[in-house]
Design a protein around this ligand. Structure first.
Ligand code: ADP
Ligand code: ADP
Ligand code: MG
Length: 666
């Protein structure tokens, strides 16, 4: 076996590959940029080599530096992870020239599958079902209209070199072809330096279902079942699961066998994924093949019990696959949620900064966390803002969903914005539960974008009870440590008034608490009693408990004189007062918070590069308003709804603090 492997990647995927190497007794070499000096993957590896500046073009994408790092450390093989150089032919050639093994497919397969028109032709020849359409390059708009008419609307205009959902557009009629074709073409030109376009039928209510395959150099190619990745935002996956709730055994087998046929047609070795689009009648059509380990591979590992990275390493060392097709089983259900540093309440704007507090859910037989971050570490602007891939496993879909929801509740992240409220909301949707998925899920379930209203309705008595017990515990502790004679401490009352807000309204809820020495006890709210069993102690951010016989985790932050509680993505601010305090609080002037939706605030500290609008101008939702540069990256701030610009507060060139007002809508 290889003695030493270099991982040409960073973040969670580098950590994930290192884990398997350790298990196999293989030494590891990490590479890192300036920004990643203290990163987890560097910490985990046996050795680490600095390969350049923070920008990827000056470090992780520099082929020579990585080859040099291999030579310097004596690494015999390279695992590329995903992204970066994983599908780069020149990288493979450079490694081959230096006699270093590449843990992935051969250059020919990568090239053959790298182009959508060519791979579709190949698939067609191998007997794989492809999306009906025109298998050639579209010359111009007139040609596009003619072909679209022949295929029949709606159609999908696609860039042959496309990836990451770019250069792709639906057209439902001739005028949309007119509008969309040139825009997609120029997007393709600027993103991929290649403007070849093709057109295929748009499959309505589509599901994205992909087949994982693995192949060795001894003629064995297996399919490891499917993953359903229909929950997408802008053609990017958000939640994936295995198996698919939609496939039957017959369709699974047919898709698997076609995926294997395609892999064999290009002499594929290593792990790869054949993506299909599936219509409501379970007709499936080939989309593309990804010639690398995929982000969402853990769900396949959880249901098959296989380690895909280990298999990749073994076949790269020329070993035979240790399993046959008949050994590949589906055992249970797995779900993956991609946890990102982004603000779901602000149109998913990427968030960067330091993780001031970071507690990941405990890994168990039912929870897996693939991550590359740590408390105190930074989410930098240079790389993908993924914090972790959170996976859950259960005997069936309902159980996997329950574990995922519990794990999301226990995921404690402070310092950067994150999408956990959004993920919790998706997992809480009836439609998710029913498995009625399609790639339109998010667009249809969140027609106005995501907001607090999309969060699952929580039983507020649970949160009120926790707030009362937490406060009661703090109050008792305060009463017992103020230097009084034992037994003569201040009395802590059992009756409290909990004050919450409902919009602008203040709501008072009287409660009474009967608790033991800890926070165990019963809270009476009106006629209702809530029983809480917990080992929570003051200072812990997670209140893990059994409430009315159900296990729950509620996040509790102290905020000023009150508390902020989080559960199932939702948050609630509360104050817990004595009767007297409540009376006094009533006398306090009630200052309504400013309506922030009227302002464009800078989401990050940075430089205001330019403004795209003038005072008095009407803007439509989605239109660009301003560009803010932070750490060499330009962020376009867009209108979240239709509005009129009333006043502009900052000029281009201004340096902005986070939440500084840039302009005001009328
Ligand atoms: P797909 O290939 O179907 O779009 P994936 O979710 O596996 O699905 O990957 C999305 C794309 O983004 C891939 O091309 C992958 O290479 C790239 N990518 C994802 N995460 C990273 C990352 N951390 N660094 C660089 N590239 C990434
Ligand atoms: P990329 O290389 O950007 O991943 P894909 O061809 O894999 O491009 O398509 C990405 C996503 O776009 C798919 O997961 C699917 O949601 C959607 N899509 C692509 N082609 C079609 C089609 N013909 N009909 C319906 N949806 C499609
Ligand atoms: Mg794809």
């Amino acid at each position: 076996m290889f003695k030493k492997i270099l991982i040409a990647n960073r973040g969670e995927i580098a950590c994930r590959v290192i884990k398997t190497c350790k298990k196999m007794g293989i030494k590891t070499v990490a590479v890192y940029s300036d920004a990643d000096r203290n990163a987890s993957h560097v910490e985990m590896a046996d050795e680490a080599v600095h390969i350049g500046e923070s920008a990827t073009a000056k470090s992780y994408l520099v082929i020579d530096r990585i080859v040099e790092a291999c030579k310097k450390t004596g690494a015999e093989a390279v695992h590329p992870g995903y992204g970066f150089l994983s599908e780069n032919k020149k990288f493979q050639e450079a490694l081959a020239a230096a006699k270093i093994a590449f843990i992935g497919p051969d250059a020919y397969a990568i090239e053959a599958m790298g182009d959508k028109i060519e791979s579709k032709k190949l698939a067609d020849k191998a007997g794989v079902s492809t999306v009906p359409g025109f298998l050639g390059v579209i010359k111009d708009v007139a040609h596009a209209k003619k072909i679209s008419g022949e295929i029949g609307y709606p159609v999908m205009l696609k860039a042959s070199a496309g990836g990451g959902g770019k250069g792709m557009r639906i057209a439902r009629n001739e005028s949309e072809v007119q509008e969309g074709f040139e825009r997609s073409q120029s997007e393709a030109k600027s993103s991929f330096g290649d403007d070849r376009m093709f057109i295929e039928k748009y499959i309505e209510q589509p599901r994205h279902i992909e087949i994982q395959i693995i192949a060795d150099r001894h003629g064995n190619t297996l399919y490891l079942n499917e993953r359903e990745c229909s929950i997408q935002r802008r053609h990017q996956k958000v939640i994936e699961e295995a198996p698919s709730p939609f496939l039957d055994e017959k369709t699974r087998k047919a898709m698997g066998e076609q995926a294997v046929a395609l892999a064999k047609a290009v002499d594929y070795v290593s792990a790869g994924t054949v993506e299909f689009i599936v219509d409501t009648k379970r007709n499936f059509y080939f989309l593309e093949m990804n010639t690398r380990l995929q982000v969402e591979h853990p769900v396949t590992e959880l249901i098959t019990g296989l380690d895909l990275v280990e298999l990749m390493i073994r076949v790269a060392y020329n070993e035979k696959l240790p399993i046959k097709q008949s050994d590949v089983k589906i055992n249970g259900w797995a779900i993956e949620a991609r946890v990102y540093a982004e603000d779901p309440y602000r149109n998913f704007l990427p968030s960067t900064g330091r993780l001031t507090r970071y507690i990941a859910p405990k890994e168990t037989a039912n929870v897996r966390v693939d991550t590359g971050v740590y408390e105190g570490g930074e989410i930098s602007v240079f790389y993908d803002p993924m914090i972790a891939k959170l996976c859950s496993y259960g005997k069936d879909r309902a159980e996997a969903t329950a574990h995922m929801r519990a794990a999301l509740d226990a995921y404690y992240i402070r310092g950067v914005s994150h999408n956990i409220p959004f993920l919790a909301s998706v997992l809480g949707k009836k439609r998710f539960e029913s498995g009625e998925l399609s790639t339109n899920f998010i667009a249809e379930e969140y027609p106005q974008g995501f907001s607090d209203k999309d969060l699952p309705a929580e039983d507020s008595s649970k949160l009120l009870a926790v707030a009362a017990l937490v406060h009661n515990t703090y109050a008792r502790r305060a009463a017992s440590i103020s230097g009084q004679i034992p037994g003569h401490g201040r009395k802590v009352p059992s009756a409290w008034v909990i004050v919450t807000k409902d919009g602008d309204k203040t709501v008072e809820t009287p409660v009474s608490v009967a608790a033991d020495e800890g926070a165990n006890g019963t809270v009476t709210i009106g006629k209702k009693t809530v029983d809480v069993i917990t080992d929570w102690v003051p200072g812990q951010p997670l209140f893990t408990a059994v409430i009315d016989k159900k296990p729950v985790t509620i996040q509790v932050d102290r905020k000023g004189t009150g508390y902020r509680l989080f559960s199932a993505g939702a948050q609630m601010d509360v104050h817990v007062y004595t009767q007297r305090e409540a009376e006094l609080a009533r006398l306090m002037p009630n200052k309504p918070p400013p309506d922030l939706s009227k302002y464009l605030l800078s989401p990050m500290p940075g430089l205001l590069v330019s403004l795209a609008v003038k005072e008095g101008q009407d803007v439509k939702a989605g239109e660009p308003l301003a560009i803010v540069e932070a750490m060499k990256m330009e962020n376009v701030l867009k209108a979240e709804r239709d509005a009129t610009v009333k006043k502009i507060h900052e000029k281009a060139g201004a340096s902005l603090a986070v939440d500084q007002m840039i302009l005001e809508f009328g």
